[in-house]
Design a protein around this ligand. Structure first.
Ligand code: ZN
Length: 250
């Protein structure tokens, strides 16, 4: 696997999406800015992390929303590899476990890791943390890293093993009590939780824009529009969302 090439690809996508080379990124906010991309969230069970389907000017990325937020961020970064750089096929169905499967899947995982955790940014931070901890990464440091870059424990451990910053044994000792280890250090636990069950089904982006446009131009009836939105898990757009006290501007 050509890691340098994958980092170059990650860097070029960062630039294309208006990001610098080192900062942590809001991968979902960036994905929403991509033209002609529909993003679907739904629970896919315990084996799949995401799906990418490329069509002529109409692309879909689906994310398994029953996985933790940290993992969903990695899944989105992984699917962006398929969308932008993978010429092996129009559809990619991606497994849950990181770093296994076909060459194409491994490349997408490495790309995702670089996109979310740029090599320079990660090594700078690791150096600083090690200095203040007698030359070794501790559990506290690992929590700090995963919180800073917004990734799951599995994701950060996989990367740190790959960078020879942790042994497999050291990493294994950090796989238990993930939420407790972070909360205990004063962090919020959102990164380690799946999307709340009542919000796991949702569609955003191009699909919604297209349905709206078709209705506006009289190409579809309002009944058909409702049907399209309901099948995209957007009953909130059909029936309105109950909001207490109205909306806030700030
Ligand atoms: Zn994949």
């Amino acid at each position: 696997m050509d890691k340098m090439d994958l980092w170059k690809k990650a860097l070029s996508l960062r630039k294309e999406l208006g990001e610098d080379a080192t900062s942590p990124i809001d991968i979902f906010a960036l994905a929403y800015t991509i033209d002609k991309l529909s993003i679907v969230y739904y629970p896919m069970g315990s084996n799949l992390s995401g799906i990418c389907i490329k069509g002529a000017g109409n692309n879909v990325i689906a994310i398994n929303s029953s996985m933790t937020l940290g993992r969903q961020r990695f899944s989105m970064a992984h699917e962006l590899y398929h969308l932008y750089f993978d010429d092996d096929g129009l559809t990619a169905v991606c497994a849950k476990t990181i770093g296994v499967g076909s060459e194409r899947e491994k490349q997408a995982d490495q790309f995702a890791s670089y996109l979310l955790m740029p090599p320079d940014a990660l090594s700078d931070m690791v150096k600083r943390l090690k200095k203040s901890d007698s030359g070794k990464l501790t559990l506290r440091d690992v929590v700090r890293l995963e919180q800073y870059f917004g990734v799951s424990r599995q994701t950060i451990l996989y990367r740190l093993i790959g960078e020879n910053e942790l042994t497999i044994q050291e990493a294994d000792s950090m796989r238990q009590n993930v939420i407790w280890s972070a909360v205990n250090l004063g962090y919020d636990d959102t990164l380690y939780r799946p999307t709340p069950e009542d919000k796991q089904y949702k569609t955003y982006g191009y699909y919604i824009q297209q349905a709206d446009k078709a209705l506006e131009q009289g190409l579809i009836s309002s009944g058909k529009y409702d049907e399209l939105l309901l099948s995209a898990f957007r009953s909130d757009l059909v029936y309105g969302e109950e909001s207490e006290g109205g909306e806030l501007l700030d």
